[in-house]
Design a protein around this ligand. Structure first.
Ligand SMILES: Cc1cc2nc3c(=O)[nH]c(=O)nc-3n(C[C@H](O)[C@H](O)[C@H](O)COP(=O)(O)O)c2cc1C
Length: 356
């Protein structure tokens, strides 16, 4: 029988992962010059590879110079200097026998326009989140409704950044369709009330994600991976589920399955939590609709939770345990008793403190 346990290898398309454990994407807001992350933030990723993770995700990389950036000091990957900054990091990670995926992101209405060069916020519809921007204490600005020009411009940003990712030697690209950011805003009727071909039915709300995926795949060589990340929760208005019902979520997973993508990463706040009033968790509901490999994260913190989460997925990711415990993979191997980190513990990620 095939070994599917935590430390067994997994083949993601043609890419061999040495185990089923990965570092979830984590924004660090550390770029001071040229949208290049601080050196210790880049080194942190290499160290996680040295310490045994098979798969490393970058922070969310901003896809254009107009409206994509949602937080101060985020990173980009289109210029020669940016590509040259990532190249040795990518190489060092691969030398450790790990793979590295770059996550691409547009914030949409979750914008802090002051940090965007063009001081502009765009979204599918002119609807703001209910809650204030936690970083500024002010309401989010009412976004401009995206025109066809804006849609094309944003897609081009994903494509141009993907070219940078490939030039830097990454093993693949992840398109951030989760957490209430731009693509997720199109997918969710909570933020999308368009009446054109990008709004209304699930299929129409999915159209923008489809166009981004199709355009990006054109510039990703066959030997690299393309992954989509999805969630039912957003960074703002966390009390709101992004999909009204199970059928809407599962329809999106079915549509993903028809795309030229290699895996779906499901982000949850708690992998165990039953979703949409069913007795199934998000990974199980995803599995019902796809044969694509599934990654899962959310409160996976010790060997027991990792083994348990892996029953319904192929790869487990952790953000907070990977962030705060450099020896986490070894601790899993040793089945060491470790505790669950709180969200506030992770705020250190956004400070100048060097994390080993
Ligand atoms: C400091 C920090 C930064 C994060 N930045 C991102 C990000 O850039 N992109 C993303 O998709 N998720 C991001 N997340 C969410 C995580 O990837 C993950 O989905 C979430 O923390 C739940 O996993 P955990 O319980 O293992 O922390 C971030 C989480 C933390 C703690």
């Amino acid at each position: 029988m095939k070994d599917t346990t935590l430390f067994s290898p997994f083949k993601l398309k043609h890419v061999e992962l040495k185990n089923r454990i990965g570092v979830a994407p984590m924004t660090r807001m550390s770029s001071q010059h040229d949208s290049i992350p601080r050196k210790d933030v880049l080194d942190f990723l290499v160290r996680r590879a040295q310490n045994g993770a098979a798969l490393i995700y970058t922070e969310a990389i901003v896809t254009d110079y107009e409206s994509a950036q949602g937080y101060p000091n985020q990173s980009r990957l289109t210029t020669k200097r940016q590509i040259e900054a990532w190249q040795p990091i990518v190489k060092s990670i691969q030398k450790q026998g790990a793979k590295i995926i770059c996550q691409l992101f547009h914030c949409g209405r979750m914008a802090w326009p002051e940090v965007n060069p063009a001081n502009r916020s765009i979204a599918p519809s002119a609807i703001t989140p209910k809650q204030m921007n936690p970083l500024t204490g002010s309401p989010y600005p009412v976004p401009d409704v995206m025109s066809q020009f804006d849609i094309d411009h944003v897609i081009n940003g994903f494509v141009e950044t993907s070219k940078g990712v490939i030039a830097a030697g990454f093993d693949g690209v992840e398109i951030h369709c989760a957490h209430g950011y731009l693509i997720s805003q199109f997918l969710s009727s909570y933020s999308n009330n368009r009446t054109d071909g990008y709004g209304g039915s699930v299929k129409n709300r999915y159209r923008f994600a489809h166009e981004v995926i199709q355009a990006v795949r054109q510039v990703i060589p066959e030997d690299r991976l393309l992954i989509a990340r999805i969630s039912n929760w957003g960074i703002a208005d966390m009390d709101v589920f992004l999909f009204e019902k199970k059928e809407d979520y599962q329809e999106v997973i079915r549509l993903f399955s028809d795309e030229p993508i290699d895996a779906i990463s499901v982000s949850t706040y708690d992998y165990k939590e039953k979703a949409f009033g069913t007795d199934k968790n998000m990974a199980q509901l995803t599995r019902e609709m796809t044969t694509l490999p599934i990654m899962i994260c959310g409160k996976i913190y010790d060997r027991k939770s990792a083994d348990d989460a892996l029953k319904d997925a192929d790869i487990i990711l952790s953000a907070k345990s990977m962030l705060l415990n450099p020896n986490w993979v070894q601790d899993l191997r040793d089945d060491k008793p470790v505790s669950l980190y709180k969200s506030e513990d992770a705020n250190v990620a956004y400070t100048d403190q060097v994390l080993l």
